[in-house]
Design a protein around this ligand. Sequence first.
Ligand code: ADP
Ligand code: MG
Length: 390
Amino acid sequence: MIPVQLFEQFETLFATSPQGYSSAPGRVNLIGEFTDYNEGLVLPCALQFRTWVAYRLRDDNLIKAYSINYPDECEVIDLNEPVRHGLLHWGNYIRAIAYVYQKQGYQLGGLDILISSDVPQGAGLSSSAALEVSLGGALNQAFGLALSEQQIALLGQQAENEFMDCQCGIMDQLVSAKASQNQALMIDCQDLSIQHYPIPEDLALVVINSNFPRKLVESEYNLRRSDCMNAAAKMGVSSLREATMPLLETVRSKMTVNEFKRARHVITENARVVAAAKALLQDDLSRLSELMTASHTSLKQDFEVTVPATDGLVEICQQALGNRCATRMTGGGFGGAVICICHHEDVPKVIKAVSTQYCASFGLEETIYVAHAGDGLQTGVFEAAMAAHG
Ligand code: ADP
Ligand code: MG
């Protein structure tokens, strides 16, 4: 459904109607954490929360963008000049996209843009990837760039890596671009191939944001990354995807303790992704529960990216539902969110357990999203009926 509000707001702001739209979802990763930049496997799904972009071509070379989420601010980019960073943080994402598309030789032109989103920002649901993919879809359609969804995802990642200084992998943008309703996607980050796994209808996805203030995330993230690269180099493989536990054991004496532990997480996590996809296919929640618990333990002990608040949330869910829930931290770690997969009828129990225990133990207020797996990137033109609106 195209939000009527988006159409109306566009008319109010630009005194003309929008021509086309694009929308792309946020995501949650079910399992496969810190495997993407090691050319490994991940199993995310898109969410029902989406970022919409409405646009109209301009006859000059300016991109003029508003976001309903940042009222009264306007980002203006002059495409006749080299694209540099601006003053608005959110505006820099628009600049980042314009920068990489032009760098790759895609011909852009002036555009009026209005963004609107119900993807929670900074909650670990990747609102930034939703924005990059949605903007990419809009540019692709507006300027007839003939990009594939995979190319739109790669350009979004490049925008984060090269302009926003965030060395993320490809998972977030690829799932946002290529997801399908009610499906998890097993992405092989080595060749970007994707297999779809239906999420059983009786299962709910509960995402719980710890709201733990994330600090030093970038430097820790980079340290993990270099531990992984060093471990792979010492094993003589091009990435940890090529490594095995027996190989790791033979090289153990040449490694630092951290290199060994980071590699062990990635190797075992790749195997857990394959097993979890199979458990989803078999609608086997207790197997999924075992695998997600093992993933969390590995992220806590070997990759060392959990904090007491996210460990605590996992424990609260497990105490409430036992193996009737599959729970682990999800996303970049050092705080952020926990995913709890359980039967729909058990959702109130999770909410009750978390809301009575979490704040009392950690002094933080959680935010809970009851989610389901949504569709990937969609684009379209506003119908004549819509254009006649108002
Ligand atoms: P996450 O991707 O986990 O939600 P990030 O910090 O990577 O968190 O990205 C959030 C940033 O993306 C916001 O601070 C804002 O700059 C930008 N952003 C996301 N959604 C929107 C939106 N609807 N309108 C404008 N900017 C947005
Ligand atoms: Mg982000």
